[in-house]
Write a protein of this length. Structure first.
Length: 344
């Protein structure tokens, strides 16, 4: 049986506060008593009821998941706790004051004590039951949301590969008619790329070193089609090579730089991909020397398929902790950057 002692301490303090409130109400209704009398009896009875119920519920396996026993045990436990708490708490209070409540107390006062104990016990039990159920439901909802996010992420990742493959095959088809030799070389690069990425794309994350290796394969593939019009540089510090990132995170950015930045220019251009970290934040940057941002055709608003997938994957994995932005480069072109929490 695993017990969360911090939670037990919270329950103890809550029960103590509840007992103090009950003793104050009793003193208000019966001011002829000294306040220490309802205070001692309320604490003795209330804490024993809490001990029996809060620790007793761990004897049933169902309580490990829901926080409360199922079936008849869920009703008999609080009933037994109230009875045991009243009897033992009254005896403890009698021992404290040196008298016997059952021998000296009028029947009307004894009945009132029983009623107060039952009402307070039921109210306290319902409070802890409701809290346990609420926490259980919150945990279940969080787990369900996590599973839904994972399924959605798998779907997004599975959509990226066919998108990239479709674009590459379309380029390959166009190249076959004008330059069969280059088409053959491009096909060889495509086969090597798919072989290297088949297993990696089925995992939830991989290292930045693997992400950059896959980018190099992809850029080599594009270099066959564009020839000397495409130049690229990959900058990955050794300290960040083993950092975990989602697979295929940067490829859509590189793909859009080529499609919207370099290809429209006769002279082509260059792409620089780099990673750096500061203050617990990892930044992944793709900068090109292409034609720059054009509101009419630029994908910077995230409406393109690849960038939409990147935005949705970042939102699923990191929520508000991740961001993607596009800005004009200092010397022309476009700079796209992704910031995510640094995950060693």
């Amino acid at each position: 049986m695993r017990i969360d002692w911090l939670t037990k301490l919270q329950h103890f303090l809550q029960t103590t506060a509840f007992c103090l409130a009950v003793s104050a109400i009793q003193f208000t209704l019966q001011p002829q008593w000294s306040y220490d009398i309802p205070l001692v009896y309320s604490l003795c009875i209330g804490l024993i009821v809490w001990l029996v119920i809060d620790f007793g519920r761990h004897l049933w396996p169902s309580a490990a998941a829901t926080g409360w026993p199922a079936g008849a045990a869920g009703l008999l436990l609080p009933l037994g706790g109230i009875v045991v708490g009243y009897v033992l708490g009254t005896l403890a209070g009698d021992q404290w004051f040196g008298w016997s409540s059952w021998a000296t107390q009028p029947r009307s006062q004894m009945l009132a004590s029983v009623v107060v104990t039952v009402l307070a016990g039921v109210a306290g039990t319902y409070y802890f039951y409701a809290r346990s159920r609420q926490l259980y439901m919150e945990q279940r909802m969080a787990e369900t949301q996590r599973q839904a996010n994972e399924s959605r992420l798998r779907l997004l990742e599975s959509q990226l590969e066919p998108h990239m493959l479709f674009n590459t095959l379309a380029n390959l088809r166009a190249l076959i008619g004008v330059d069969p030799a280059r088409a053959q070389t491009m096909l060889d690069h495509l086969i090597a790329y798919l072989r290297a990425t088949l297993s990696a794309s089925r995992t939830g994350s991989h290292t930045l070193a693997q992400e950059f290796d896959r980018l190099r394969d992809y850029l080599e593939l594009m270099a066959v089609r564009m020839g000397p019009r495409l130049h690229y540089t990959l900058e990955l510090p050794d300290t960040l090579r083993q950092v975990s990132v989602p697979p295929l995170l940067l490829q859509p950015l590189v793909e859009n730089s080529i499609q919207h930045g370099l290809e429209p220019q006769v002279q082509g251009g260059s792409i620089t991909v780099r990673a750096f970290a500061a203050a617990g934040v990892l930044t992944l940057e793709v900068a090109d020397t292409g034609k720059g941002l054009d509101p009419a055709t630029s994908p910077a608003d995230g409406k393109g398929f690849g960038l939409r997938q990147v935005r949705e994957r970042l939102a699923t994995l990191y929520g508000a902790a991740a961001a993607i932005e596009f800005v004009a480069g200092r010397a022309g072109g476009t700079r796209a950057s992704i910031t995510i929490p640094l995950n060693p």
